[in-house]
Design a protein around this ligand. Structure first.
Ligand SMILES: [Mg+2]
Length: 281
């Protein structure tokens, strides 16, 4: 597949959904030149949303993080996180009581709503936990992996509850060559041990695309063919965009390296409509 320039493609769309990690930023910080690209998107009058499988920060904290990295002017409403969708699910399905979680206290505070209390799995009395109404996999930090993953397994073996994965990513890059296991990866370990299927939020599942689509259509009039989904990962950004019926553009500035792109596309069967080096030109 021939590479294209992001600038030449995005101009044909009324809205663009951008993945965050690997597109706007990487392990070193903001990808140089992204500020100019965002300006171009705005100057062209193209509606923008950032779709991130990150449940560890609220929208406000995401905006702040981008500002700290040097990208100013993103609005809260322009950021859609998988944590928001987990929160929405809890709002609709679990009215009162406690949810147990693996993750940081900050991530739990964010998805909490009135009437619900978050309790880290380390504080749950496994033998006496009838007041716990749901379990949420939130973040890969904030707990002791050995002790608390085992506690989680034993807790879930005893209790039949809705189990939610707020970030379905298996891993995330921490340097040019290395990755760290994300909470989605830990959730898969638990699924495999328990032989269960949990409820996942985040790309490639359609809720985030639906949320973003409904959101831009509150103030505008967008069809699916008006929207370009841009991401660096085939099995989340591109698969999710394709399934939702959007045109997709794979960038080679993150997870998918130029030298592997063709092979990965062929072996997975996940085919982007376009490939570009980055969103910088
Ligand atoms: Mg990414």
């Amino acid at each position: 597949m021939d590479k294209v320039s992001f600038f030449s493609i995005v101009k044909n769309y009324k809205a663009v959904f951008l993945d965050s990690y690997g597109v706007l930023k990487n392990h070193q910080g903001l990808i140089e030149g992204v500020v100019d690209t965002i300006k171009l998107i705005r100057d062209e009058g193209i509606e923008l949303r950032v779709l991130t499988n990150d449940a560890s920060r609220s929208q406000v904290q995401q905006v702040q993080m981008f500002e700290d990295l040097g990208l100013r002017g993103l609005e809260e409403k322009e950021i859609i996180t998988s944590g928001m969708l987990a929160r929405q699910f809890l709002e609709l399905k679990i009215k009162t009581g406690k949810f147990a979680y693996l993750g940081t206290e900050n991530s739990a505070n964010y998805i909490m709503k009135n009437g619900l209390t978050g309790i880290p799995i380390s504080d749950v009395d496994i033998e006496n936990s009838s007041d716990v109404a749901a379990f949420v996999f939130l973040d890969d930090e904030g707990f002791d992996w050995h002790r608390d993953i085992n506690r989680t397994i034993n807790f879930l073996r005893r209790n039949n509850l809705p189990i939610i994965v707020a970030n379905s990513d298996k891993y995330y890059p921490i340097s040019r060559d290395d990755v760290a296991v994300a909470i989605g990866g830990i959730s898969r370990l638990c699924e495999s041990v328990l032989n269960q299927k949990f409820i996942r939020f985040g790309k490639p599942d359609s809720q985030m695309f639906m949320f973003a689509y409904d959101d831009i259509n509150e103030t505008g009039n967008f069809g699916k063919s008006d929207i370009l989904m841009v991401g660096d990962t085939l099995h989340t950004d591109i698969l999710g965009g394709n399934k939702f019926g959007l045109k997709t553009l794979l960038v080679l500035s993150g997870n998918t390296r130029a030298k592997h792109a063709e092979v990965k596309i062929n072996s997975t069967g996940i085919i982007p409509d376009y490939i570009a080096d980055s969103i910088l030109e």
